[in-house]
Design a protein around this ligand. Structure first.
Ligand code: GTR
Length: 329
């Protein structure tokens, strides 16, 4: 017979179960993460690593499913989807999200960082944290930054040794007005194209060149169609990992902490892989016959892009951010 004591025991058990479930999140789920790069790329490897850490720390509760190689679309679209909560996590370059979050455009400014060490110091320090904390009004939560080296201009037409050589070249840029302006101010013609269309663009001569870091130049096969790589190193725009605000608000504080911490760990994990790939990519391009133009005076490039600063600095908050970044020793 079912007695009162049994009933109260059952209720206690159910309540306890509920409380345990609530503490560890009753709603174990799969988080969809977008990355435009291929499976071996360090950012994708970092997301997979983060996924294993999240699963471990939530006792197999939460999973991260990584959709690499543009399986969920190009960066511009996936960012829109992340903003409305249809995609949970997105690893993107700051230049793309700069069209939505102004501080991101600052990180993509030309010749802002003196070196990779300067960039890392800024991102790893208080400024980096403040920037990550500034995403919420735009529908995102900033989790961590990833390295992306410096971007340089490559093309299939001629060795670019000075700005004059860029005149008339059709150079692909990311879908960002600021990136277009950078290339325009150098005298070339910017062509905004999604990442996935650059290879065909180069192969069919729709574009003469593009600009990117060593690993992107090589892992996409762009180097097979663009034999001249000029070390302009005009921007060090890093990568950023964001979560949709919708997914974030569905998590208890304890789990938000888990996502933040594991994202940070994945950034350190990525950094180790990055340096090595950067070097290997450069060697691979060189071995394939790509001519690397290292002897270049960057001063005229820098001067030509000064107008971009004038524009961004019209916003006092952005002007102050630039100033603070420059002061970091
Ligand atoms: C890469 C970056 C990608 C994408 C790409 C591009 O360096 O990792 O997220 O922004 O550049 O040029 O479209």
């Amino acid at each position: 017979m079912y007695c009162r004591a049994d009933l109260s025991r059952t209720i206690t058990f159910v309540v306890a179960l509920f409380l345990t479930a609530a503490a560890t999140s009753a709603f174990a789920r799969e988080f969809r993460a977008a990355d435009t790069q291929n499976e071996e790329y360090p950012t994708v490897q970092a997301l997979l690593f983060m996924g294993s850490l999240v699963a471990e720390r939530t006792n197999g509760g939460h999973q991260i499913k990584v959709f690499h190689s543009r399986q969920l679309g190009e960066e511009k679209e996936t960012l829109e989807q992340t903003r409305v909560g249809a995609i949970d996590l997105n690893r993107t370059n700051v230049a793309l999200i700069g069209t939505m979050v102004p501080a991101m455009n600052v990180l993509a400014m030309p010749f802002l960082f003196r070196s990779i060490e300067h960039l890392q110091k800024v991102l790893d320090g208080p400024i980096g944290n403040e920037i990550l904390d500034s995403f919420e009004p735009y529908g995102f939560v900033g989790l961590t930054f990833y390295d992306s080296g410096a971007r340089s201009i490559y093309n299939s037409v001629r060795p670019v040794t000075s700005m004059a050589d860029l005149k008339g070249l059709r150079i692909r840029v990311q879908q960002s007005e600021q990136m277009s302006e950078m290339i325009r101010s150098l005298g070339a013609d910017p062509v905004e194209l999604p990442y996935g269309q650059v290879l065909t663009g180069l192969a069919t001569k729709l574009i003469d060149g593009a600009e990117n870091n060593w690993p992107s130049f090589v892992t996409t096969d762009h180097y097979k169609h663009a034999g001249f790589y000029t070390l302009t190193e005009h921007t060090m725009s890093p990568e950023v990992l964001v979560m949709s605000k919708k997914a974030w608000s569905g998590l208890p504080a304890e789990e938000q902490k888990i996502f933040r911490e594991t994202a940070q760990r994945s950034s350190r994990f990525m950094r180790e892989k990055w340096r090595d790939l950067e070097e290997r990519s450069r060697q691979q391009a060189e071995a394939a016959g790509v001519r690397i133009i290292t002897d270049i005076d960057r001063k005229p490039f820098q001067a030509a892009m000064a107008g971009i600063y004038a524009k961004v600095q019209q916003d006092p908050a952005m002007a102050q951010l630039i100033e603070r970044i420059r002061k970091v020793e």
